[in-house]
Design a protein around this ligand. Structure first.
Ligand code: GRF
Length: 226
C-alpha cells in the first residue's frame, strides 16, 4: 500500500526536489501528500506548487508556543493521512509533543556524519574543525537534536582549501541521493529499528551508479535508480 509522506521545509527545497525527481523517475513509490513550510518565502513551496503538490505555510511566529505551532502542523498532516514525516531542510526543532504523534515515523537529513557536528551550519563546523571527511546522515528523529537511529550515511572528502559552500554543495549531492533512498526503504518495509541501530532487510538488490558523486562512501549502498 502506497505510503503518504508529508515533507517539512524551511528553505530552498533542493531535497524536496530530489524526492520529486525520484518519484518522477519511478523508483520512489511514496505519495508526496503535502509540503508544509514554516517560512512563507521558502522556494520549496514554488517547487511543490509547480508539481501540484498541496502546500501549507504555518509561520512559527504566528504561535505563542512551539506546541501550538506543532499542533497546527500535526492537524494538517493528519488531514492528509501522512504515514511518514520527512524533514527536508526544516529548521525548527521538534518537541516531544510532535514526536509523540509520529513515533519512529519522522526522518531528517543532516549535512554531517552524526554524531559529529550536530546543530546549525554543520558544514561550517566541519570546515572550521579541519576534518578530512564529512558527509550527510538520514536518521529517525527522537527527542534529542540531530539524534536518533541512523538509516544511511554518505561520506565525502574535505580539503583544507575548502570553503563552507564548497563542502555544502559536495554534501548536498550526497543528500539528494540518500534521502529518497531512505524514504523508499521505509516505504518498502525494509527498515527495522533495533535499539539505537537500524537494520536494512534484503540488501542484495542491484546497486546504483554513483560515478557522478565520487569520491564518496555511502552505506548501506544506494540501490539502482537512487
Ligand atoms: C541542506 O544542507 C540540508 O541538509 C539542511 O538544509 C539544507 C538545505 O536543504 N537541513 P534544502 O535545499 O532546503 O533541501
Amino acid at each position: 500500500m502506497t505510503k503518504n509522506i508529508g515533507v517539512l521545509i524551511s528553505g530552498t527545497g533542493t531535497n524536496l526536489q530530489s524526492i520529486i525527481d525520484k518519484k518522477s523517475k519511478g523508483v520512489l513509490s511514496a505519495n508526496i501528500a503535502v509540503v508544509i513550510s514554516n517560512n512563507e518565502n521558502a522556494y520549496g513551496l514554488i517547487i511543490a506548487k509547480n508539481k501540484n503538490i498541496p502546500t501549507h505555510v504555518v509561520p512559527h511566529k504566528d504561535f505563542t508556543t512551539r506546541e501550538e505551532h506543532e499542533k497546527k502542523i500535526i492537524d494538517i498532516l493528519k488531514g492528509y493521512n501522512v504515514d511518514l514525516v520527512v524533514l527536508a531542510g526544516y529548521m525548527r526543532i521538534l518537541t516531544k509533543f510532535f514526536i509523540s504523534h509520529y513515533p519512529e515515523k519522522i526522518i531528517n537529513i543532516h549535512p554531517a556524519l552524526l554524531p559529529s557536528f550536530r546543530g546549525v551550519d554543520a558544514q561550517r563546523q566541519a570546515v572550521e574543525y579541519g576534518v578530512k571527511i564529512s558527509g550527510a546522515t538520514v536518521h529517525f528523529v527522537d527527542e534529542k537534536v540531530d539524534h536518533g537511529p541512523i538509516i544511511i550515511q554518505g561520506a565525502v572528502p574535505v580539503s583544507p582549501q575548502d570553503k563552507r559552500d564548497d563542502l555544502a554543495q559536495r554534501i548536498l549531492n550526497i543528500e539528494h541521493r540518500i534521502l529518497p533512498q531512505a524514504i523508499q526503504w521505509i516505504c518498502e518495509g525494509r527498515i527495522k529499528i533495533q535499539g539505537t541501530k537500524v537494520i536494512l532487510i534484503n540488501k542484495n538488490k542491484p546497486k546504483a551508479d554513483i560515478k557522478d558523486i565520487m569520491p564518496c562512501l555511502i552505506n548501506p549502498q544506494l540501490e539502482e535508480g537512487f
